[in-house]
Design a protein around this ligand. Sequence first.
Ligand SMILES: [Mg+2]
Length: 124
Amino acid sequence: MLTRMSLTFEDASARVDAYISQFREGYFPPLLMLARLTEETGEIARVIAHASGKTPKPGEDPGDLEMELADLLFVTICMANERGLNLERGFERMMAKIEKRDATRWTRKEPGQPSEPSNTGVTP
Ligand SMILES: [Mg+2]
């Protein structure tokens, strides 16, 4: 259940930091954090594989893509917090990069035209 209508990068960062700061262990060391990031990426792949026709192993949960993406976001925020990085600034820099670099890369839609499903999609 959504408790808020919007969440800023600063809010998310502060909430994760407040959670982690309760514990003496603090943030994972960088290589363990990288392992967790990779683990969550694999869990996303498993959910997509199941949704794309791969038969789950007996007793295996098909998974929840929304939760797995949120898991990845949590680890990403942890990594940024541990390094003192600003995800909002990073996001703005990344969007400015692709908005400039890919300005003519994709096929523009006519006003009101729906997106067409494709196997390639638009990804950086
Ligand atoms: Mg997960």
